[in-house]
Design a binder for this molecule. Structure first.
Ligand code: PLP
Length: 296
């Protein structure tokens, strides 16, 4: 945790990035305000730690402001309802954290709400900001080698079983992280989950988007229980700006290989072309300025 939250700036860094203590990472805790980024403030018996019982959002900070904060707060409220969590208004906390962030640096604002200490009925809420890594920025240009990984359920399983928390951005991301570790240990940059009945779902931390002729497509969240991506929604709502029509469809890996371009998308990574899928080269669509629509 401490390493993730603290970034010391080297002497070569100049200008607005230099803030107090040369630290550009931020921690703001609901009810307590700003704390030193490496403060050990969470109790050992917080259910967010012991059960992964809580929700979060990750918001891109650009020009010192949280991008699409309304959309992220709305999705967090939906996650809270599904988890029966009493989510306080976190807008002020998000804005307080962003005020500390240099305007010339891309940041990842994480808003967290856990069920709190067992038995207290008081949620724990905090916000952190960490820099977007150079690697994440580089992948937007180079694209990624992606491997398909089994998700283990049929595509419709989670819509019929609300307790599986389809569509909820819960803190239980151990499987997501294990999927990415597995991909990386096997020489890939990232993973794409495939349902047991053969459909592409989403990446462990990203939404799948592809182009087929003049159609820009993504996987239907309502039918599959994937997380409804705020960045993909923003992009598809503006598809008309680049002469495309937006739609939602189920897709197989074989159909993706035939597509005119495929991307993994999220608020922090931006829009990253899938260069290869299981080692097979995909078409790259350099003509359609989707990055421009998203401002990455
Ligand atoms: N799907 C999953 C599982 C995610 O964790 C994320 C983001 O972290 C996304 C999709 C993309 O969502 P957004 O565009 O809102 O960042």
């Amino acid at each position: 945790m401490r390493h993730a939250l603290r970034l010391m700036i080297t002497r070569e860094d100049t200008g607005a990035a230099l803030r107090k203590n040369d630290s550009v990472s931020v921690l703001a805790v609901l009810g307590r305000g700003l704390l030193p980024a490496d403060s050990p403030f969470i109790r050992a018996d917080d259910l967010g730690l012991t059960r992964g019982d809580g929700i979060f959002e990750t918001v891109h900070v650009r020009h010192g402001k949280p991008w699409m904060l309304d959309e992220h707060l709305a999705r967090m409220a939906r996650s809270a309802t599904r988890m029966e969590l009493d989510l306080p208004d976190l807008r002020g906390l998000a804005e307080l954290a962003c005020e500390q962030w240099p305007v010339d640096r891309e940041g990842a604002l994480k808003l967290v709400c856990t069920r709190g200490v067992d038995g207290t009925n008081e949620v724990t809420c905090y916000a952190t900001i960490t820099p977007v890594s150079d690697k994440a920025i580089e992948l937007r240009s180079t694209g990624m080698a992606v491997t398909t990984l089994s998700y283990g359920y049929p595509a419709g399983a989670r819509t019929e079983a609300p307790w599986l928390l389809g569509g909820v951005k819960s803190l239980s991301y151990a499987i997501n992280m294990a999927s990415q570790r597995w991909a990386q240990a096997n020489g890939f940059d990232d993973a794409l989950w495939i349902s047991s009945d053969g459909y592409a779902l989403e990446g462990p931390t990203s939404t799948l988007v592809w182009r087929k002729g003049d159609r820009l497509l993504t996987v239907p969240a309502a039918r599959t229980g994937i997380l409804a991506g705020t960045t993909a929604r923003h992009l598809l709502d503006r598809a008309g700006e680049v002469g495309l029509t937006a739609g939602e469809e189920m897709v197989t890996p074989a159909e993706l290989v035939e597509a005119d371009g495929a991307w993994l998308i999220s608020g922090i990574r931006g829009i990253v072309p899938i260069r290869t899928l299981d080692g097979v080269e995909l078409r790259t669509d350099s003509a359609t300025n989707l990055r421009g629509i998203l401002g990455f």
